[in-house]
Design a protein around this ligand. Structure first.
Ligand SMILES: [Zn+2]
Length: 402
């Protein structure tokens, strides 16, 4: 059973200990010491990291990193970057920056939870400490105005610099005390006592006076399981959160050339403008599309040309189809009517089929290929013949409009 130094002294960051067991845990080198200041993950607070330096008879070996600390039954197990030799004694060094940050967040959580509890009778259901942000889940919903009041109250207690004491009591004694939360286990209880403000059972590490929390800030709140999830930061994290916000506000203010307090209105105006522009753009696109469709359709050329014979018509038609993407039907005005149907290589209309359809309706004869067909002897009203040709060229299935 490991003796836990942090239970009574959260500020111990260097300690001497005797190695009681070295082994492998899930494929990783592990060690148990007779006593430790390393905190194993529990109660919402993450594990400590640091180093263990073995020594024997005044000779020090090289330091081994403690990469994780876990609770296994009654022992604190240190997971190591390399196996520890058969050293009898070690010096342990806890990564203090990481641990002190955890102490600030954890004590801040007690104070903030107590503020919600005292002001609004709103119970903390759970607590999670993240690498950058931590959360408290509250049983009931809270307005931003209420959040701000709890934030004020919590910071007032921080700036009072109240003592945070550790007390050990029996569960019978605990029953007589005004604990914020019913303890989950019996036996001897470890209580964290924020002077005249909060008393709760907790196994974590805390600062000795509330002033060390620095400041408590709630950057975000969201609805969660009928209550709210309150995101909070304490200590150096408050400063980092402020800097992040300052940078994004400064960047936005620069980009929009407005004062910070004008940002919301300014963004709202821009959104309205963007919406109007999108609407206008849509109208223009529709109108442009109509024009474009007309332009593409005009690449169907149907003309009756005066004074040209079949060869002339053929020359004109192939000149058009070689220079543009077009389907062309040219007719002579004399009687009987001569006709040339041609199309560019990128058009799929079948010139021979179009000619065939015209002949079927208006008589005459002719032939050719898919890209060029010619004929003559068509009889009928020239306007009707042209209209039929236009219909055939436009309506040809499979003709792609580029
Ligand atoms: Zn605690």
């Amino acid at each position: 059973m490991t003796s836990r130094i942090y239970y009574t002294d959260a500020y111990c960051r260097r300690f001497e200990a005797v190695v009681t067991r070295v082994f492998e845990h899930d494929g990783r080198a592990a060690a148990v010491l007779d006593r430790t200041a390393f905190y194993p993950t529990s109660g919402g607070q993450p594990f400590d990291t640091g180093r263990i330096t073995p020594h024997q008879g005044g000779t020090f070996g090289s330091a081994i990193d403690v990469v994780d600390t876990i609770d296994v039954d009654d022992d604190v197990v240190h997971l190591l970057s390399a196996p520890l030799g058969p050293a009898a004694a070690v010096t342990g060094d806890v990564d203090w920056v990481r641990r002190f940050d955890h102490m600030q967040q954890h004590t801040g959580q007690h104070v903030l939870s107590a503020a919600f509890d005292r002001l609004f009778n709103n119970r903390t259901v759970s607590f999670h400490m993240g690498a950058e942000l931590s959360t408290i889940d509250l049983a009931q919903e809270m307005s931003w105005e209420q959040i701000a009041r709890a934030e004020d109250e919590a910071n007032r207690v921080v700036w009072d610099d109240r003592e945070v004491a550790i007390r050990f009591v029996s569960s019978e004694e605990a029953d007589t005390l005004p604990l914020r939360k019913e303890p989950v286990r019996g036996g001897v209880l470890r209580l964290i006592d924020v002077k005249d403000f909060d008393l709760s059972a907790c196994g974590g590490t805390h600062v000795a006076r509330t002033g060390a929390i620095g400041a408590i800030l709630v950057p975000a709140v969201e609805k969660f399981k009928g209550g709210v999830r309150v995101t909070f930061v304490c200590g150096a994290r408050t400063l980092r959160t402020f800097r992040t916000l300052r940078e994004s506000v400064a960047g936005s203010v620069r980009a929009l050339s407005v004062l910070p307090q004008e940002l919301p209105g300014s963004i709202e105006r821009m959104q309205t403008e963007a919406r109007d522009l999108r609407r206008t753009l849509k109208k223009f696109q529709e109108s442009l599309a109509a024009h474009e469709a007309e332009r593409l359709a005009s690449h169907v050329v149907v003309e009756a040309l005066d004074g040209w014979d079949a060869n002339g018509l053929k020359l004109i038609a192939t000149t058009i189809t070689s220079r543009t993407s077009a389907a062309v039907a040219l007719f002579s005005t004399g009687s009987p009517v001569a006709v040339v149907i041609a199309r560019s290589p990128d058009r799929r209309v079948d010139a021979k089929a179009v000619l065939g359809a015209l002949i079927e309706r208006f008589g005459g004869r002719g032939g050719g290929k898919a890209d060029l067909a010619q004929g003559g002897g068509l009889s009928g009203n020239l306007a009707d013949i042209c209209a039929a040709a236009r219909g055939l060229l436009r309506g040809s299935p499979g003709d792609s409009i580029p």
